[in-house]
Design a protein around this ligand. Structure first.
Ligand SMILES: [Zn+2]
Length: 287
């Protein structure tokens, strides 16, 4: 599932390529994936792209926006005469629309925008701007780490981070991935941040020391910023706004590395199940 750095990567791309365009037509091939009144946004200029947690928002010059939830395998790919480089195989074909293109936006100036989704769990919704925070997915999103230079959601401060962790009897990794408590962090970055901080993912939130909280807070920013520099992780189906792969999957610390030597050189990475998710850690370094 795309997490904060992946959606942020798409946001930065769409800010560059999509802002200023107008949508001329919307072809919805799978009706359950599109909601709201398309006519409210046809012919209206796109003025900004925002992200809240793992959610993406396309803002129009009028009172409307498009809210996008990528769920497991969603992609938004922009194409025009200048931006038509070879596509990642993850988009489902050499050309777009592909077999995964379920919503097709025809834009002005000969450009196109494709919403692709292999597993078809994602959705795109036309909403009035003041309705966005009434949707539980956006309205209940917890504060999130500020990476990059702007933040549309609530900011994750150290004081809030500390209070939410020290109140909980759950394993620390499960708390990090609870979107209502902290927005944007999923399995890849929870695993890598806990390794970077030297904390056992099974340890209960309320047992963390002041030093551990401080290390973990910094480690979260470290791994998210590193992934953003690599253009996100294409371990699964993620591609950026031009249909290209990110590279963080080649630079993970422990995620996906069961049986490999720990990056610190003093242990072997193990995989366990925690809160129903595959959890990678080094028993020698993480206590
Ligand atoms: Zn180790």
């Amino acid at each position: 599932m795309p997490e904060l750095p992946e959606i942020e990567t798409v946001k930065l791309g769409l800010k560059k390529y999509l802002v200023g365009h107008k949508i001329e037509n919307i072809e919805v091939r799978i009706p359950k994936m599109f909601a709201g009144s398309a006519k409210q946004i046809i012919g209206v200029k796109i003025i900004n792209i925002k992200r809240i947690g793992k959610g993406l928002i396309i803002e129009f010059e009028n009172d409307y926006l498009l809210a996008v939830h990528f769920k497991m395998t969603g992609q938004l790919v922009f194409r025009d005469a200048k931006n038509n480089q070879p596509l990642s195989p993850k988009v489902g074909g050499d050309i777009l629309p592909s077999k995964y293109s379920h919503i097709i936006f025809t834009l002005d100036k000969g450009a196109m925008l494709y919403y692709n989704d292999l597993r078809q769990f994602g959705w795109v919704k036309v909403l009035k701007k003041d309705e966005l925070m009434h949707m539980p997915f956006f309205g209940e999103m917890g504060p999130e780490p500020k990476v990059g230079n702007d933040l549309a959601g609530k900011e994750l401060t150290f004081d809030y981070f500390k209070s939410v962790l020290l109140k909980s009897n759950l394993p620390i990794k499960v708390i990090l991935m609870d979107q209502k408590k902290i927005g944007g962090i999923g399995n890849i970055y929870a695993n890598d941040a806990l390794f970077k901080a030297g904390i056992d993912p099974r340890k209960k939130g309320k047992t963390l020391s002041g030093e551990e909280l401080d290390k973990l807070y910094k480690a979260i920013f470290f791994v998210l910023e590193k992934s953003l520099e690599y253009g996100g992780s294409s371990d699964e189906n993620f591609v950026n706004a031009l249909g290209q792969d990110g590279a963080y999957q080649n630079h993970t610390l422990v995620y996906g590395k069961k049986g490999e030597k720990c990056p610190n050189g003093n242990g072997t990475i193990e995989k366990i199940q925690l809160g129903g998710r595959g959890t990678f850690f080094c028993p020698a370094c993480q206590r």
